[in-house]
Structure formats: structure tokens, C-alpha cells
Design a protein around this ligand. Structure first.
Ligand SMILES: Nc1nc2c(ncn2[C@@H]2O[C@H](COP(=O)(O)OP(=O)(O)O)[C@@H](O)[C@H]2O)c(=O)[nH]1
Ligand SMILES: [Mg+2]
Length: 154
């Protein structure tokens, strides 16, 4: 029992102190890690964010990301960023429904860091609409983010 708590403390410190500058090959131009959540609606993405904040901040449990009452009433429509440490940010996502070509188009654009954070997630049926958003985002000052996809599956 004691060993488990020591290990988790060590892991929390590791996460808190994690810095891209200290990686074996340096930061390679990246200044932030985005843990980008994906998954079906109602599978616990927002809950996972609240749990991570609870563990890393080591304070009372707070609801940062609003959680769905039921799996059929999804809460999250925005790709919203929650800062975990100076280096690591968790990004909540709209939950997928059927993962058709419109939803995968959005996923690819997110993985390429082509889309701005903290904006509504829309599944575009017209390729042109998606292209315009990508072109618009390109003109904005995007920070160099290392995107790490995390698939949350219940
Ligand atoms: N039993 C259990 N329920 C969970 C867990 N994570 C989330 N839930 C429940 O699943 C529902 C959907 O959670 P939510 O985080 O809103 O899912 P999201 O749509 O992927 O963001 C809520 O009613 C949560 O209480 C878990 O780890 N275990
Ligand atoms: Mg959610």
C-alpha cells in the first residue's frame, strides 16, 4: 500500500516537472504538449480531465470540464484547453457519434494542429468549409504544439 502511494507521488512529480527542454533531443521547436482527447460521446473524456486536474493539482475535486448527465445528452461541443502544467495541456473534444468521413476529416485537421483551440467542433459536409477554417487558422499565430492523441474508450 505504502509503495503504491510513493510511486504515484513520484509520477505526479514527474508529470509536474516534465519539460520538453529536458528531453534527450531537446524541445525540437515544440513549446507545449497537447494531450488531445478523442472518443465517442459519453465515454468519459471530460471526467478524465477533471480527474487529471484533481491528481496533479492535489486540491479538492473540482468540475472543470462539464460532465454529461447521461451518455445520450453530450455536454461537450467545444475543443477546450485545460492547462495541467506549464508544459502539458489537456484538450477536451466533442464526442464522436459514428466516425464517418466528416468526423474523421475534423480529427485529421485537429491532429495536424490546423485548427484553433477553444472553438466549436463542427463536422463539415462540405470540404470547402473545412478548408476555409484551416486557411483562416493559418494566418493566426499558432504556438508550436506537440499533439499527443489520447483515445478515451469506456
Ligand atoms: N463508472 C464510470 N463512469 C464514468 C467514468 N468516467 C465518466 N463516467 C460517466 O460517464 C458519463 C459521461 O462522462 P463524460 O466525461 O461527460 O463523457 P464525455 O462525453 O466523453 O466527455 C457521466 O455520466 C460520467 O459520470 C468512469 O471512469 N467510470
Ligand atoms: Mg465531454
Amino acid at each position: 500500500m505504502h509503495k503504491i502511494s510513493m510511486d504515484s507521488l513520484a509520477m505526479r512529480d514527474y508529470i509536474k516537472n516534465f519539460s520538453l527542454d529536458n528531453c534527450p533531443h531537446g524541445n525540437q521547436g515544440y513549446n507545449r504538449v497537447l494531450l488531445q482527447l478523442f472518443g465517442y460521446a459519453g465515454h468519459g473524456k471530460s471526467c478524465f480531465i477533471n480527474s487529471c486536474k484533481y491528481v496533479v493539482d492535489d486540491g479538492p475535486y473540482k468540475v472543470y470540464a462539464k460532465v454529461a448527465k447521461t451518455e445520450n445528452a453530450p455536454e461537450t461541443m467545444i475543443r477546450k484547453a485545460y492547462k495541467l502544467t506549464d508544459t502539458i495541456t489537456l484538450v477536451d473534444n466533442r464526442g464522436c457519434v459514428i466516425i464517418d468521413k466528416y468526423e474523421t476529416g475534423e480529427i485529421y485537421a485537429q491532429l495536424g494542429n490546423f485548427l484553433p483551440l477553444d472553438t466549436e467542433v463542427k463536422w463539415h459536409s462540405k470540404f470547402n468549409d473545412m478548408l476555409n477554417i484551416v486557411l483562416n487558422a493559418e494566418t493566426q499565430d499558432q504556438s508550436m504544439d506537440l499533439i499527443v492523441p489520447v483515445f478515451v474508450y469506456r
